[in-house]
Design a binder for this molecule. Structure first.
Ligand code: ADP
Length: 324
């Protein structure tokens, strides 16, 4: 058989073993900051807090019951926008919505409520990964419960990016074995790609993200050359202060207002391999890779969930997967 196949399987097994002997707690930096928002906060105000703190998500806290109340993410704001589109005459009510109304908004626009999975920080990291894949969650809160009082503590939130970065930094001896081209292992999505142009409105792109259930849309020119990428988190500055009427602005305008520290977009070719992708993840803040040809034409997109799924599940027997 092909020696690349053997190495590839050995590398994957090594990474899986690594994830089974490490805990979610191991992924956390020695010191970190955690912004938790009270469920009673106005949605409008939550936007400014996220922007001021340079974050795109936060755990919610129900202070009346002293319990964790879910995770606020850009999907929630996209839901509010959809609500506003469906009930445009209710703009005054929308302005008064609190974070605790997010579940009612989901119901009103008919999207299934996001499953709020959480894991205990001392459980194997492998378990957190499996939960993420199962629920399609991009981030997962680490919740500890006091044995005696039953009180919950939100320890932190880990993202797919953090986990892949942790693998990339600590497990190079296994990731370096992953030498099969992404074309060969079918990593990513290559058909029915959702794209938009610089002249599309922000609202059009949001509708695409909802329809395809994706968190980013490549922005291409008339020859399908990749110019940029509009991400779900780019929605947050667009509606700062509750400016829902500004969503008619073009993608070009919205992207030109990106923060100075925007990390840029990452591309790769179909010949690239996971070993080099992990190298990129080790060095940079990558949230997805756009696959392009030699002329920068769009070929596909590789999300972090595609990578995580492949790393965890490729070649596993159905039976072994049941237990998670
Ligand atoms: P993640 O779950 O890591 O945030 P996405 O939501 O962007 O990633 O991607 C979910 C799935 O949809 C992945 O399998 C990815 O390959 C695919 N995908 C991502 N972006 C697009 C797009 N613009 N068009 C079609 N499929 C996409």
């Amino acid at each position: 058989s092909n020696p690349l196949d053997k190495d590839q399987m050995q590398g994957l097994r090594g990474v899986r073993e690594f994830l089974k002997v490490r805990t979610s707690y191991d992924v956390l930096p020695l010191s970190f900051r955690l912004v938790i928002l009270d469920n009673d906060l106005l949605i409008r105000k939550s936007l400014n807090i996220l922007i001021q703190n340079g974050i795109v998500s936060a755990p919610l806290w129900d202070s009346r019951n002293g319990t964790f109340a879910g995770l606020l993410t850009s999907t929630d704001y996209i839901n509010v926008i959809q609500y506003y589109c469906q009930f445009p005459h209710e703009i005054d009510e929308v302005d008064q919505f609190r974070l605790s109304s997010l579940r009612d908004i989901e119901r009103a626009i008919g999207v299934p409520p996001l499953e709020t999975v959480a894991v205990h920080p001392m459980r194997p990291l492998y378990e957190a990964c499996r939960r993420m894949l199962k629920t399609r969650a991009r981030r997962i809160p680490l919740i500890d419960t006091d044995d005696e009082t039953g009180r919950e503590t939100v320890v932190s939130v880990i993202t797919q990016y953090r986990i892949l970065k942790f693998i990339a930094v600590n497990n190079e001896q296994h990731t370096m074995l992953l030498k099969k081209p992404v074309r060969e292992i079918g990593l990513g999505t290559y058909t029915d790609l959702a794209t938009a142009t610089m002249n599309s409105s922000v609202l059009d792109v949001i509708h695409l993200m909802v329809k395809y259930n994706i968190s980013a849309v490549p922005i291409v020119d008339k020859d399908n050359r990749v110019l940029n990428l509009f991400e779900a988190v780019d929605v947050i500055p667009c509606i700062k202060g509750g400016a829902y009427d500004e969503l008619t602005a073009t993608v070009g305008d919205a992207l030109s207002q990106r923060a100075e520290d925007f990390g840029g977009i990452y591309t790769c070719s179909e010949e690239d391999r996971l070993d080099t992708i992990f190298e990129t993840i080790r060095k940079s803040r990558v949230h997805r890779l756009i696959v392009v040809d030699d002329d920068s034409r769009l070929k596909g997109i590789i999300s972090l969930s595609d990578i995580l799924k492949y790393v965890l599940l490729y070649g596993e027997e159905e039976d072994d997967l049941q237990e998670y």
